[in-house]
Design a protein around this ligand. Structure first.
Ligand code: AMP
Length: 172
């Protein structure tokens, strides 16, 4: 089941810069049954686990975060690039596989003690997800797991996120 998902992901060499092998999930997402399977396999883990909100990381994390939240009957929280959110925000800076960036979340997005799943398309070095973990912790959210469609194991993201639990569906 996961093999078929893996086969549908397109490798794009040297994007967005030389040396990066970009894992393009648009080729998976455009297929109705593969997209549904990806969301179901990821969401299945959290059914009945009392998840209050799923945090999606801009932009490909929204594709997963919103669908997972809908499946779980949870709310969806958006973590966005700077300047996109209209109300008061917390922000966190981080380095990623191909650059540096900042992410923001509304200060009132998560209530203390709420059970949170953080979702993104891909875990590489863990810089992005680490920044989101910081943001959720600042709001005293209870992080149940960080959940990724894809994990690039050699880049050590899982270790970087320790002790936060990590799940990934497709590993390279
Ligand atoms: P990192 O912060 O290094 O874990 O990088 C993860 C973030 O960057 C995710 O939001 C991914 O969408 C994106 N990303 C990093 N490396 C890749 C890659 N090789 N292919 C596709 N997306 C990537």
């Amino acid at each position: 089941m996961v093999d078929e998902l893996k086969k549908s992901i397109r490798d794009v060499p040297d994007f967005p810069k030389k040396g990066i092998l970009f894992k393009d999930i648009t080729t998976l997402c455009k297929d109705p049954s593969l997209y549904q399977r990806m969301v179901d396999l990821m969401g299945h883990r959290y059914v009945g686990k009392g998840i209050d909100v799923v945090v999606g990381i801009e932009a490909r994390g929204f594709i997963l975060g919103a669908a997972l939240a809908y499946k779980l009957g949870a709310g969806v929280v958006l973590v966005r690039k700077p300047g996109k959110l209209p109300s008061k925000t917390h922000s966190a800076s981080y380095t990623l596989e191909y650059g540096e960036d900042t992410l923001e979340v509304h200060q009132d997005a998560i209530l203390p003690g709420q059970r949170v799943v953080i979702a993104d398309d891909l875990l590489a070095t863990g810089g992005t997800a680490g920044a989101v973990v910081d943001l959720v912790k600042r709001m005293k959210g209870n992080i149940v797991e960080c959940s990724f469609a894809i994990e690039l194991e050699d880049l050590g993201g899982r270790e970087k996120l320790t002790p936060t639990p990590v799940f990934s569906l497709i590993r390279y």
